[in-house]
Design a protein around this ligand. Structure first.
Ligand SMILES: [Zn+2]
Length: 357
């Protein structure tokens, strides 16, 4: 709680700085002969605003990251960590991003190539085999997960869902070579004695984002849907379709995996992590739904803004999001890593989705 009070204090400092600069604007305006009141400057938070600082306010210290969110350290000399997931299957991570590779009798299948460590991916593979990369699988089109694919060289077969190919043709990015094999709903890859099952369950994070399952190794890779130990990245990982995204997180919980490669954070995910995230997602949904029902549309706004519907909506959604933030803070502020970084974003994204989806 003392941490939260510090956040309020630092928020108040920021607001007083902004107010001071608004006064400076006024003085400059008067110097130019204008007596118009300055507009667009920061005021004070609305009455009853949450203790968690809103978006855009720099804090002196964020809430400490809980131990459960942390993972094994990275060797700084290598810049990545290799973790064996089962026969021939490995996770590679720099503790920010995660990818996989699978070794079979005559080659290697790489799943994603995040640019943050793609230049060292071949070195990671060389730790366990000298076989060549014959296939690359794209989890989805986003460059932060596959933008290092062009660095892997050779002429691998590139497998993706057909929507991913459509998006990559549009983006025309040489760092992300165009898939050579696409599928619509499911694709089974049998390579020597190894086996992967790819499946597509519709839009959620973005069109084309797939589930990649290694049945023998009981390992599931799905990217940008679950954040083991952590808050989802802002706006539920910038979900393209939030109801679809939430449904896919629930789908993951029903699959028969032991290890989850979620594409981000410092450690593997477990079924417990998925269930925790479902609980958080549903708490935000309930809190935002309740706030939409109980928050008056106009409350305390400057009467001079009465003819500005965007301003009224902006103030309303801030109060709805604020009510949502307040409702979820007691239960979650110390349970998920970086709660205070993105809880406002999650509440804004949820109230928006509940109003229009
Ligand atoms: Zn993504």
């Amino acid at each position: 709680m003392s941490c939260l009070i510090r956040l309020i204090a630092s928020t108040a400092v920021v607001y007083s700085i902004l107010a001071t600069s608004a006064l400076a604007d006024t003085a400059a305006g008067e110097h130019n002969g204008s007596t118009a009141a300055p507009a667009g400057h920061a005021g004070v938070p609305f009455p009853g605003a949450p203790e968690i600082a809103p978006i855009g306010v720099r804090l002196d210290k964020y809430i400490d990251v809980p131990e459960a969110a942390k993972g094994p350290p990275i060797d700084p000399a290598k810049g990545y960590r290799l973790e064996k997931l089962g026969r021939g299957l490995y996770m590679v991570t720099d503790n920010g991003y995660q990818s996989m590779f699978m070794v079979y009798e005559s080659g290697v299948v790489v799943v994603d190539a995040p640019p943050s460590y793609a230049a060292r991916l071949k070195q990671a593979i060389a730790e366990v085999t000298t076989l060549p990369i014959t296939h690359i699988i794209y989890s989805h089109s986003h460059t932060d997960h596959i933008g290092g694919a062009g660095l892997l060289g050779g002429h691998p077969v590139i497998v993706a869902q057909e929507e991913t190919k459509r998006l990559l043709l549009r983006d025309a990015d040489p760092a992300r070579p165009i898939p050579t094999v696409v599928f619509k709903t499911s694709y089974r890859m049998q390579l020597g004695s190894q086996h992967l099952e790819l499946s597509y369950h519709g839009d959620g994070h973005e069109p084309g984002n797939i589930f990649i399952y290694a049945p023998e190794q009981k390992t599931l890779m799905v990217v940008d849907l679950v954040f083991p130990g952590w808050m989802p990245f802002r706006r539920f990982a910038v979900a393209h379709d939030l109801p679809g995204w939430m449904a896919q997180v629930e789908m993951i919980a029903k699959l028969p995996f032991d290890k989850l490669v979620a594409g981000h954070v410092a450690r593997l995910g477990t079924r417990a992590d998925v269930l925790t995230q479902i609980e958080f997602d549903n708490d935000v949904k309930s809190a935002a739904a309740a706030a939409l029902k109980t928050t008056p549309f106009v409350d305390g706004i400057n009467p001079a803004d009465a003819g500005n519907p965007w301003a009224l909506t902006d103030d309303y959604t801030a109060r709805v999001a604020g009510s949502c933030v307040k409702a979820v803070t007691p239960k979650w502020s110390n349970r998920l890593g970086a709660f205070d970084t993105f809880v406002w974003d999650e509440c804004y994204a949820m109230e928006q989705s509940l109003r229009v989806d």
